[in-house]
Design a protein. Structure first.
Length: 65
């Protein structure tokens, strides 16, 4: 269950990072928006790889039984 929740959080982190970069509604200067958005995007990519690994281990690998 936690692996699936982690996979959905990937979309949240990447989506929030993209929203911060491209949103004209935020009245924040562009360099500050990039400073906040890039770590969100990088963390989203990291979570994508770790969630993929957890889902693969949980659902697709033999347990040896």
């Amino acid at each position: 269950m936690l692996a699936i929740f982690g996979a959905t959080m990937v979309f949240f982190y990447i989506g929030l990072g993209i929203f911060i970069i491209v949103s004209p509604q935020l009245m924040i200067e562009k360099p500050i928006r990039i400073i906040f958005a890039v770590p969100l995007l990088l963390y989203g990519v990291y979570r994508a790889f770790s969630s993929y690994r957890k889902i693969r281990e949980s659902f697709f690998e033999d347990s040896g039984e």
